[in-house]
Each structure stands twice: as C-alpha cells, then as structure tokens.
Write a protein that binds this ligand. Structure first.
Ligand code: C2O
Length: 468
C-alpha cells in the first residue's frame, strides 16, 4: 500500500513565531522508514443487502464521554470487551471495524477521505458501530458517547477511556495519557517546528457553507482538514514522526485509527459538529449526487448492508439518536442584521479586488477567508501563508498525516476547501491584489522532493474574504 491519505489541520489565529522553523535546507536527511503497515483486506466478498429503516426506531441520547455515570461506563466497557472478544473474521469485531475503515481510506480502492464523502460515511459507520455494540450487550438503548474536545476542561482523554491496559476502552498505542490535553503543541521531529490547532475554533464553523464545511465531490472540507486531523495526530502519537512507524500511535494513522475506541468518541463529536451545523440558520446539506452516495457496512448481525445518504436525511427518525447538547455557534449572541459581505479575491495573478470601504473592514467582526480547491502536495506539516503587494500573512498550520505504511512522504496531492478565521491584520494584506498562497512543509524529506527554495505557489481554485 503506497498511497497516503492526509489529515490537514488548519490552525488559524494561532500565532506561531516563525523563528521556530529552521530553514529546510539546513536539515540532515531522514533515516529510511522501517515500519510495516497493517494489512488491509477487502471487508466482504459479495453483494450487500440494502439497509431499510427498522419499523420502530427509538430516539436515544448520545452523551458526553466526560459525563458518563458509573453505570454507563460499565455498560460501554462491557460492549467494547465483547467486541474485542470476537474473532477478526467476524465483521462486528474491533479488528474488522479497523479493517473496514482502513479499506475505505485507500486511494487504490475506495477513498472516503478528502471529499464530501467524509461526513456521511463516518455518520453511517458510527450508526452501525453503535448498533453492533448495543446488540453485543443486548441493550438497544445503548448510544455512543462523544469526546467534546472543544470544551477546554475536557481536552484530556475522557477518564473512562484513559485507564490502563485492563480497560477495553484503552489502547496501548495511544500517545495521549490520562490527564494530558489534546490541545498541545506538536513538535516536528526533524525541524522542531511547532504546530497547533485551536480546537475552540470549531464554534466558528457554523457559518461556513457546506462546500467549505464538509467539502465537495473533489475536495475535503474544513472539518476534516481542521480539528479532525489535529485530534487524530495529537491524541494518537507524535504527529511528526510519520516516517518512524510504528513509533506513531494508532490514532495518528488512518490504517490503524479505528483500533482505538477513542476513535469512535472522536468521530461522534465530529458528527455532533455536523449535526450542530445542520441545525444552524438556513444551513442545509447538498441534494443531488450527495444524497445518492451509497456505502456498505457490517450490521449488528454481521451482515453486509448498504445505505445511502438520502435514507438518513432525517437523522433522529432514521438513525435514532440525538446529541445531549449541540456545539454552539460563536455568532449566536451577535445581531444577524445583514448577510455577510463576500469579496472575491483575485488568485492566479489577477489584479486587486474591488475597493472595499475601509469602514467596512474596520467594522468587520471575525473576518474569514474561504478557499476552495487548495491543493496540498503531500504528507507532512505545512504552514499556509499568503503574499500580496502589501506583505505576507501567516494563515495557519496544516497537518498532513499519512495513511500509514512505508513510503510516508509520497502520495497523490489532495484538495481541500477551508474557511479560515483571519488574524485582524491580515485583512488589508489580503486586499493587496495578486494573491500568492504557499504551503511550507516542515517535515523532512519534504513531499515529492519539495524544498523551501523550490516550493511552488500553492494552487487555489477560488478565494473569498468574508466580512460580517
Ligand atoms: Cu476515517 Cu478520522 O478518519
């Protein structure tokens, strides 16, 4: 398996001194990778049976993993213990769930990351995973907990998951230990560059369009590119040791991520983020081809089932869960007087944007930048910046995490759509015309042999400044 998929994490607003980044040219070459990925097998041979909504669906509540009662923790542990006890040949086993996920993050076969498939595929995975766990303990009221890492007091692994080896919710190949915060600086193994994503930024994502939030047919969205990737690499392992596998932990690599029960609590929170977006303002998911997307999973009896996005449009009635609390939008408390002003910015050498009244800039709260089709050239850490005639602004840090395997730095380029919270002084720079974006890798060897000197301007399809 030589293809890599990436997580990309965008840390807008987190200011990082550029003196932390040593020039790439001064670095010693990396030792060759020595690690072997887990095998990935086709999950099932044969046609799936289409899923149909059960006749009676009861609505259950997915609760914060940090708030579980002792009885809920016991129940959760019993369920995962039963799942772990199944043989790998059983589609309901944790090993088979790991393989299923790894199979669908395979650029050679079917890839559900790096495109708008990301959100619905994981929503379905969690639904079936939850049903399997409930059936294993004969408790149809069982619902998955979520790890609300956007809550500053809850950024360590939820205590239920954090205890030692005898705990079926624990994974011994997890970097983050009891009491350690996922909100931490990640240090590049080779360059010592510091990388960070401010997890409370997810409150700002409710205003993003679906295209920015969840991606499009050819590009991933900011959820995947931001908090998702950061939590994976921060909780899973030393994110920067991509080429030192198996030194990285399970969560830090797509190949092994779904072996750690914390993976499901993390993704349940991302699903909660999507539900929160769906419940905000006039937000609606795309119809058309998006609604027709169809994926296959093992159900609670181990049967191979297919489901399409339209079938789960009414999440509560179809899938039978809701979240105890949504993730609140940052804008909720603010007057929503006028729609935001969206200013197209000239990429690819076009002249400056139409003049924007300085008063509108001065009055703008929480300015944002929306980029479509930002091409990320490979795995590693990247710093996104933009240069215009008025100077250079650092927009955030990107994490590009490998699928897992040996050729860690070689992969197909991926595109992402992102909405970025802008540092205040970058607005006037962005209005300087002829925008040139750059993604500076801090890992070595740089993807596809890129060096700082040879770094091309990052390709961007479209850029828009959003002023509210
Ligand atoms: Cu399918 Cu968090 O990855």
């Amino acid at each position: 398996m030589t293809n890599r998929r990436v997580f990309l994490s965008l840390a807008a607003g987190a200011s990082v001194s550029s003196t932390l980044v040593r020039p790439l040219g001064a670095l010693a070459a990396d030792p060759p990778p020595t690690c072997t990925p887990f095998a990935v097998a086709k999950p099932y041979d044969g046609a799936p049976t289409p899923w149909t909504q059960p006749a009676a669906v009861t609505l259950g509540v997915r609760r914060p993993a940090w708030a579980l009662s002792a009885a809920e923790v016991t129940r959760l542990r019993r369920a995962y213990a039963a799942m772990r006890a199944l043989p790998a040949s059983d589609g309901r086993s944790l090993a088979a769930q790991r393989n299923l996920h790894a199979y669908y993050c395979n650029g050679d076969a079917y890839e559900i990351h790096g495109a708008w498939t990301f959100l619905p595929w994981h929503r379905m995975l969690l639904y079936f995973h939850e049903r399997i766990l409930g059936a294993l303990i004969d408790d149809p009221t069982f619902r998955l907990p979520y790890w609300d890492w956007e809550t500053p007091e809850h950024q360590a692994p939820p205590p239920a998951y954090a205890d030692p080896a005898s705990n079926p919710l624990f994974d011994q190949h997890r970097f983050l230990q009891s009491g350690q915060s996922v909100q931490r600086w990640l240090t590049n193994y080779n360059t010592q560059a510091k990388r960070y994503y401010q997890l409370t930024l997810v409150h700002r994502l409710m205003d993003c369009t679906f295209d920015q939030f969840g991606g499009g047919p050819q590009a991933g969205g900011v959820v995947e590119a931001g908090a998702h990737g950061y939590v994976h690499v921060s909780a899973g392992g030393d994110a920067t040791r991509y080429d030192k596998l198996p030194c990285s932990g399970d969560l830090a690599i797509l190949n092994t991520a779904a072996l750690d029960p914390l993976f499901y609590a993390h993704h349940t929170n991302l699903d909660r983020l999507w539900r929160s977006w769906e419940g905000f303002g006039a937000n609606t998911n795309p119809g058309g081809d998006f609604a027709k997307l169809t994926f296959t999973f093992f159900d609670e009896r181990g049967a191979w089932r297919s489901m399409n996005v339209a079938q789960m449009a009414d999440v509560e009635h179809a899938l039978g869960y809701r979240y105890e609390t949504p993730i609140a939008p940052l804008m909720r408390a603010m007057p929503q007087a006028a729609p935001p002003r969206r200013i197209p910015l000239p990429v690819h050498g076009a002249p400056a944007a139409a003049a924007v009244p300085p008063a509108a800039i001065a009055a703008a709260k929480n300015p944002e930048l929306a980029l479509s089709g930002l091409v990320v050239p490979g795995s590693g850490d990247f710093r996104l910046s933009v240069t215009t005639a008025r100077g250079t602004a650092t927009l955030g840090d990107l994490f590009v995490v490998p699928h897992g395997g040996t050729a860690m730095h070689e992969m197909k380029p991926l595109a992402f759509n992102v909405c970025v919270a802008l540092p205040p002084d970058s607005v006037s720079i962005l209005l300087g015309g002829n925008l040139r974006f750059a993604l500076e890798p801090s890992s070595r060897p740089a993807p596809r042999g890129l060096t700082a000197a040879a770094l091309p301007a990052a390709q961007v399809g479209k850029a828009e400044l959003i002023l509210r």
